[in-house]
Ligand binder design. Sequence first.
Ligand code: ATP
Ligand code: MG
Length: 259
Amino acid sequence: MKIAVSGKGGVGKTTLSAMFAAALSLKGRSVMALDADPDANLPAALGVPPDAQPTPLSEMRDLIAERTGATDNYGGYFKLNPKVDDIPEQYATRIGNIRLLVLGGVKKGGAGCICPASALVKALLTHLVIGRDDAVIMDMEAGIEHLGRATAQSTDALVLVVDASPWSVQTALRIRALAGDLGMNRLLAVANRVRESTDVDRIRRELNGIALVGQIPYDERFEAGVARLTEQGELAPAPALREHLQVVEAVLSEVQDTL
Ligand SMILES: Nc1ncnc2c1ncn2[C@@H]1O[C@H](COP(=O)(O)OP(=O)(O)OP(=O)(O)O)[C@@H](O)[C@H]1O
Ligand SMILES: [Mg+2]
């Protein structure tokens, strides 16, 4: 299962990505969690302390230079297809059964511009090979502009997070249009921060055919994150996740059933 999580700003993409990764890890499944938001906060949501935040891949200059052959001399040649297969093992932060990689921001130049850092990230997304029972969960930046072909081609489905605000559904509908252009047609939605079941009925209607596969209730304790990293490197669920774990597992299995 390889899924990317997208949606409007602040709807809960990072929280839902962390819930999915944590729930799978607690079941003993291997998870590759990718933070693809330049303003990375998936590590924090999974309980990585501030002083142990992983370095974003796009800022590992030596690694980028070694793998792509790029020098600081921009405009020079570099490999578009660098070796990446050992990167998860070598550079990921371990949290229980989760291997977490922060991809970092990649500066975009003019249209069609590609820089060595983005070549490395793209190669990683494209070549990530996982075992049958493993999962890849990618937390994305808000909006749709960054939804590139590499993301679309490397994932099985796009999970669109929506909430009771009308704008989040509008964003989901715009993402559907863009994802379709990129050849990614497997889209599903999850309602987050749900307080009223009537909201869910309305959201389902407004989603205009995008399948709403589940809902996560509002719980203010999610503000404190989803999990905690123990001294032994294990993942301990936060109280909010412990309380809603069955709901999260049910949503996950609905997602898996549509793949
Ligand atoms: N089910 C929930 N119940 C209550 N609060 C929640 C829930 N899910 C997320 N939140 C809170 O809503 C806020 C936004 O969540 P989150 O950061 O996950 O959204 P996001 O979509 O990743 O935002 P961004 O677009 O900035 O990346 C956070 O403070 C988070 O703790
Ligand atoms: Mg986020």
